[in-house]
Design a protein around this ligand. Sequence first.
Ligand code: SDX
Length: 432
Amino acid sequence: MKLADNKATLSFSNGSPSIELPVYQGTIGPDVLDIRKLYAQTDKFTYDPGFLSTASCQSAITYIDGDKGELLYRGYPIEQLATNCNYLDTCYLLLNGELPDPQQKADFEKLVTNHTMVNEQMQFFLRGFRRDAHPMAVLTGLVGGLSAFYHDSTDINNPEHREISAIRLIAKMPTLVAMAYKYGVGQPYQYPQNHLSYAGNFLRMMFGNPCEEYKVNPVIERAMDRIFILHADHEQNASTSTVRLCGSSGTNPFAAIAAGVACLWGPAHGGANEAALNMLYDIQKQGGVEKIGDFIKQVKDKNSGVKLMGFGHRVYKNYDPRAKLMQETCNEVLSAMGLEKDPLFALAKKLESIALEDEYFVSRKLYPNVDFYSGIVQRAIGIPVNLFTGIFALARTVGWIAQLNEMISDPEYKIGRPRQLYTGSPRRDIKR
Ligand code: SDX
């Protein structure tokens, strides 16, 4: 970042001395006011619950232009990556800053492929859960538990440890998500097969069984890979900020990623894809397209607590570019599966068109986000609703790692420790 040819002056009406705040600018996007010395100079904090106006860090990984509906991974538009690259290319790009050349691509794919198995002991972790445990509860436990098997790579300040744990996490997440699914349906785990692609291997671990050979459907394989690309990173969202804050204590990478998994689970964040599909099921049950009007009325009634899940975004005040690509993938998968007339997809498209013309949504700049269509395409692939967020976590692991590594390799980084505006009781003594 560099100093802008601009300064901010903060003055106080009570006569306290005013101070100057440096303004920094990045490559693109809003400038920032540097308030690092504010408390020391004014004995005051800033106040920004939810961090609507706060940049927590500087980063060169992902850029979002909410007004334009633009998403860049290391400068490349998501539309180009989703069309011209695969997920492992995208992982390499997010981790290293450049797309891999053919040799780098081959080496990276080989490295990831050769780390897809997990320690056999991991199976006993799963046995501790009930079969009907939510897969995100299982995944949070499994990812945190991984650190117990890799004491050789838990020093986050060691670049070699960071590199091998990045490979292990990217390689093992599909295996762990598939194990959580198999455990829930009472089927035997499928071991990774090294001749398959990253997405193909995941599909086989999910839907393969020992009784017959599993054939990867290339359309589904490509769709799965694209779903991974679309979810790979998204600047300082809640789960990424969680991973950064958790990692800033110096804890090991597996624990920091487990914290990200736990945060992503929430319905306001990664859990929205599960919530969006359940919302469509509910409208379907109540009568389908004819009931959309009643549902929209409920959403507008603040007391109902009902939200249009998969709509709205803290940053996008235009169409989420990932939602457009996800809708395209939906079309491809549904026609490959002979489900062009899928009633839920038709319902989602109708709901979207009604909402996009409704003043309530237009005035609040509420558009479909990545979660609105992802549930429909995952359901068509055969992924159960309660596993959607697990797929999101699988794909976002590389983004979490890239952001964590960027923070740790910044010589200026410190443990994150926000302050507060205290509104509780002043000092008082216990009277017995
Ligand atoms: C993800 O941050 C990221 O980048 C996240 C993510 C990523 O890749 O990491 O993009 C992934 O989490 C996508 C978002 C998924 N969540 C949902 O789809 C859940 C539904 N969406 C909302 O909960 C909401 O839109 C948020 C949480 C996503 C954003 O909320 P904000 O920015 O805090 O905005 P807000 O809640 O203050 O809403 C502003 C207004 C409010 O109305 P008023 O008080 O002004 O009258 O819009 C309304 C809200 O009530 N509103 C909605 C709505 N979202 C916002 N009303 C109905 N339905 C919605 N979905």
